[in-house]
Design a protein around this ligand. Structure first.
Ligand SMILES: Cc1cc2nc3c(=O)[nH]c(=O)nc-3n(C[C@H](O)[C@H](O)[C@H](O)COP(=O)(O)OP(=O)(O)OC[C@H]3O[C@@H](n4cnc5c(N)ncnc54)[C@H](O)[C@@H]3O)c2cc1C
Length: 415
């Protein structure tokens, strides 16, 4: 039986960052995943490290948008009808958390993590030799109508108060930044402080390699074998059982598979999302990720091609993929940018692990000594992986955490 100080379950960007932070602090750490590092949700995101984020995604307040979604005509969202009864309580909580005063509260709770997001990646990138995957050109949000641009005035106001860098642009100024875009929009905002990643899988792999270089061990195993062997925890791996007094559950959308049998039941839902890479036609190119705000998709330049990513799909995590949003949004995407042939035969699908209040859970598991939680990062797991890694490592080693972890505690659901 191998023994470590800490077992980290899940080698996505969150678990890998945690394992690396713990190893940097001198702990012996075993990182366990059923597959190689970075091949879950962390594989397929848009690659934006968006420390600029202020407000969370909200439940639509506009009836026209809701009707479009209900009629399955919206490019930005899709759902499986049979799943709605199951997700209804979560949706009700999400709607309640979308009230303006709650959204502002979320913004305040999340700011300390976002403030550190880019700097924490930069620190890990520097020591992992992964600087080549980071692009420091910010990201661009496009607005096709004056109304949509006006609707985010509050975000720009708050950004100004918080000193978050952005440059509102007219169409010509945006086209000067991204000459391959077609002039089908009227306004843009350039969030200059955001950083983008040209290969999110390679980034997680680089952090995993750094973890290994520090003496960390990555093993293959099924996290669902976690069980108590008093006073420790044990997990079965292909190299045999591993024991540790502390275990961190960083399984993203799969966390409930391990936690619910232990009686830790927190209301996680998934917002599924898809991507597909396309070749660019001719000399068309992008220097940074671009959001077509009213159409609800992103185009991001990746090593594999131009990655087109979709918004949310409410469906069971393990239900078969239904990438119908591509049919709805591809005409707009092709109008905006000269997309050529798709690179892969089928789109990739992932599941954003989301709590209704748009905050992750980071901290101790209620009622299970030695179990720590770090999951539910929703739309921002790539952004917040390293900041989460630092925060939980500081909590676990008794150091002063760089921010107050209370807003991320599981207790908000159990008390
Ligand atoms: C389309 C899309 C676009 C996105 N764009 C962005 C973006 O631009 N910026 C951003 O910050 N975030 C973005 N996100 C969100 C981000 O990708 C996720 O929040 C993040 O990847 C979650 O990371 P994680 O480490 O928690 O989970 P994961 O990456 O899913 O890692 C969980 C790991 O657990 C492992 N696992 C599961 N079950 C078991 C088991 N039984 N035993 C062992 N191992 C197991 C899996 O193999 C996996 O490796 C996007 C997401 C999607 C879907």
């Amino acid at each position: 039986m191998a023994r470590a100080d800490v077992i980290v379950l899940g080698a996505g960007i969150v678990g890998t960052s945690i394992a690396l932070h713990l190893a940097k602090r001198g702990l012996s750490v075993v990182l366990i995943d059923r597959g190689p590092a970075g091949e879950g949700t962390s594989y397929g995101n848009t690659g934006i490290i968006e420390g600029n984020t202020i407000f969370p995604q909200v439940f639509p307040s506009d009836w026209k948008a809701l009707i479009r979604i209900a009629l399955k005509r919206a490019p930005e969202a899709n759902y499986h009808l049979s799943f709605l009864p199951r997700v209804a309580p979560w949706l009700a909580a999400f709607r309640a958390a979308s009230r303006p005063e709650r959204v502002m509260e979320t913004a305040e709770f999340m700011r300390p993590l976002f403030t550190r997001a880019v700097a924490e990646h930069e620190a890990l990138v520097a020591e992992s030799g992964a600087a080549r995957y980071l692009v420091r050109h910010g990201w661009l949000k496009l607005y096709r109508s004056d109304a949509a641009f006006a609707a985010q005035a509050r975000e720009l106001d708050v950004a100004a108060k918080l000193g978050i860098a952005n440059v509102p642009l007219d169409r010509d100024a945006a086209l000067a930044l991204e000459p391959s875009l077609a002039p089908v929009f009227r306004h843009a905002v350039h969030w200059t402080g955001a950083v983008s990643v040209t290969n999110p899988l390679a980034l997680t792999r680089a952090y995993a390699a750094r973890f290994a270089a520090l003496g960390g061990i990555k093993l293959t195993g099924d996290a669902r074998t976690l069980h108590r062997v008093d006073p420790s925890w044990s997990v079965d791996t292909t190299a045999g059982p591993v024991d540790a007094s502390d275990v961190v559950v960083a399984l993203g959308p799969w966390a409930p598979d391990v936690l619910e049998p232990l009686g830790v039941k927190l209301p996680l839902a998934v917002k599924r999302g898809y991507h597909r890479h396309f070749r660019a036609q001719g000399n068309a190119a992008l220097s940074r990720p671009v959001l077509d705000a009213e159409k609800g998709y992103c185009l991001a330049p990746m090593e594999q091609g131009i990655r087109l990513t979709t918004g949310a799909e409410f469906a069971a995590r393990d239900a078969a993929p239904t990438p119908v949003q591509f049919d709805r949004l591809l005409p707009s995407a092709r109008e905006l940018f000269a997309l050529g042939d798709p690179v892969e035969p089928q789109p990739w699908m992932g599941s954003r692990p989301c709590f209704a209040d748009s905050r992750p859970v980071i901290g101790r598991a209620p009622g299970q000594r030695g179990v720590w939680l770090a999951y539910g990062h929703g739309h921002w797991g790539l952004t917040l992986g390293p900041a989460t890694g630092r925060l939980i490592a500081e909590m676990m080693t008794g150091a002063t955490p760089f921010c107050d972890p209370k807003p991320y505690g599981a207790e908000r659901y159990t008390q």
